[in-house]
Design a protein around this ligand. Structure first.
Ligand SMILES: [Zn+2]
Ligand SMILES: [Zn+2]
Length: 185
């Protein structure tokens, strides 16, 4: 059975090979790729060790990377695909059909997740734990940004101090020292 591209519905998806001969279906028109997580698991079993990235030519800021905001229909079952964020610092989202276990990568998105895929973590992106951790990371990033704004030019120095105190055996004493010197005046 042939599958059509979820973006350019006229275009047939054709067999392509991603990094290290990982089989997938690609659209020659938009450059998107459909990957079966089942085939990915099989491929992982044949490549159990972490592999070096091959297509790290496109950075997240690269304009070649596209991201579809619209809900896509799965090329296999025609059901709606669900959007998943992959990293706290990336704005792109991946589309997954939870029914067929098929992931759609818009053009350029594969190279953004290639390191995750090669280290065997691709399927984990779609787990509750990954998504919960990602939301926590986003909350932390927002808090950090607020501190950065509040502290202004002192931020870099204070962030370095915080780093030094992180594993310091006397961190508590040092903090108490700083705190009391402010409150006992
Ligand atoms: Zn297409
Ligand atoms: Zn489907």
């Amino acid at each position: 059975m042939s599958s059509r591209c979820p973006l350019c519905s006229q275009s047939e998806l054709r067999p392509v090979k991603l990094s290290y001969d990982l089989p997938a279906l690609g659209c020659m028109n938009c450059g998107g790729v459909l990957l079966s997580l089942i085939l990915y698991s099989d491929w992982r079993e044949r490549h159990p060790n972490e592999l070096p990235p091959t297509s790290r030519t496109e950075s997240p800021a690269n304009p070649q990377v596209e991201d579809t905001k619209n809900a896509l229909l799965c090329p296999k079952c025609r059901g709606f695909m669900t959007k998943y964020k992959m990293r706290a610092d990336a704005s792109n989202v991946l589309d997954l059909c939870a029914h067929c276990d098929e992931v759609w990568f818009d053009r350029g998105e594969w190279s953004q997740v290639e390191d995750l895929a090669l280290s065997g973590q691709l399927s984990r992106v779609f787990t509750q734990k990954w998504q919960t951790d990602l939301r926590k990371a986003e909350v932390n990033q927002r808090a950090e940004k607020r501190y950065q704004e509040q502290l202004g030019e002192d931020y870099a120095e204070l962030a370095a101090l915080r780093e030094r105190l992180r594993d310091h055996p006397k961190a508590k004493e040092i903090l108490a020292f700083l705190y009391t010197s402010q409150t006992m005046r």
